[in-house]
Design a binder for this molecule. Sequence first.
Ligand SMILES: Cc1cc2nc3c(=O)[nH]c(=O)nc-3n(C[C@H](O)[C@H](O)[C@H](O)COP(=O)(O)OP(=O)(O)OC[C@H]3O[C@@H](n4cnc5c(N)ncnc54)[C@H](O)[C@@H]3O)c2cc1C
Length: 401
Amino acid sequence: MDDQYDVIIIGAGPAGSVTAWHASLGGAKVLLLEKDRDIGYPVRCAEGVGAAGLQSIVDPDSRWIANKIKGVDLISPHLKTIHILNEDFGFVLNRKIFDNFLAEKAAKAGAEVLTKAYAESLCFGENGRVNGVVFSHFGRRLSLRAKIVVGADGVESRVGRWAGIRTQLKMKDIETCVQYTMSNIDVKPDVCEFHFSRERSPGGYIWIFPKGDGIANVGIGISGEYARYKSPLRYLEKFVQEHFPKGSVLTTAVGGVPVSVTNRQIVKDGFMLVGDAAHQANPISGGGIVPAMVAGKLAGKVAAEAVQAGDVSQSFLEKYEKQWYRAEGRTQKIMYRLKEAVYKLTDDDLNKTADAVLSLPEEKRTMVSVFKKALFNRPTLILEALKVFKTSITEVFDPLS
Ligand SMILES: Cc1cc2nc3c(=O)[nH]c(=O)nc-3n(C[C@H](O)[C@H](O)[C@H](O)COP(=O)(O)OP(=O)(O)OC[C@H]3O[C@@H](n4cnc5c(N)ncnc54)[C@H](O)[C@@H]3O)c2cc1C
């Protein structure tokens, strides 16, 4: 380890590793710090990704693809199923191996990667400019300098606040999640299920993502607004009792997902935020893996360019912010408005939507038709949705991305 780096990245999730990978490819001297012993573990994720989004960053690899998904079932409160078939829908990953693979990519591109390295605070130079990181590593407290520090420390991010950026989220913009990885359950092997009901999963949904061999991630995310009245665990327990009474729980994960728009500020002099730390996940599905990688790629490239130009000022780094907005941020704003409308629907509205979609011929039952029927009284939103559907790789109607 040296005393001075071009870029130090805090957090080796998909956002941090992809930032490190692309900053290194751009010629920067990079250090990636991860607080946990293992990169990618513990897993707090249902591990679903849309195919197009994933492939925009990496080629799928059998080492970390647990399952290929060929369709989704959307299930209404009155238990009617809309099946949407798409051979290339997406994948269920093995995130432990996937996250490790991304960090390996960063290392192969030249980044130094350090685990059990817990960032404790930032260092500041002239004019309050961020210029380093203090972290602990096996009982030692180290302080290293960097031209740029990147906060990629996930949904519970503190690094942004350390840098003086407001990152608080409203309760309604945090999805509170609990998930079991279950075995010995009877699920369709290549279909992801999404159960929608205001009563059984207010402001969110219950998911079943199959991993093969009778194993699946079964979880729930509800809006933080409702979690204070009844814990998501209670909803999940009831669901599991009803659907999988003979299943066993191999792993339990709890966690939050930011379902907002991107944080108002994501760069400062010598500082950048990426991934969940920057609130870049898809506000409808809560999918944050692909957006974190898309942002990481942009941030890594811009960081390397800034180092090369000898200009790590906020105005230079805003290039990343602008590129993110063009690539995904603009779309995310529309998706946020869609979320606000869709999650207000009552169970009766959802049932009517399902009945209306099911009255269409099978080949016309698409994600677009579902949104059109659900938002039939909000025509401007439908138009916006159609626009973003055409332009984004974080497919708005692909609930996996
Ligand atoms: C239950 C659940 C299910 C989900 N399912 C899906 C899904 O199916 N598909 C999908 O796309 N998304 C899903 N998500 C969201 C997805 O997991 C996140 O959006 C994604 O992991 C964001 O990546 P990230 O790199 O920004 O953050 P993270 O993956 O959270 O990585 C942050 C990293 O920073 C490290 N870190 C934190 N603080 C420090 C520190 N002080 N020093 C050093 N290291 C630090 C952490 O240990 C962690 O490794 C789910 C989330 C939850 C909670």
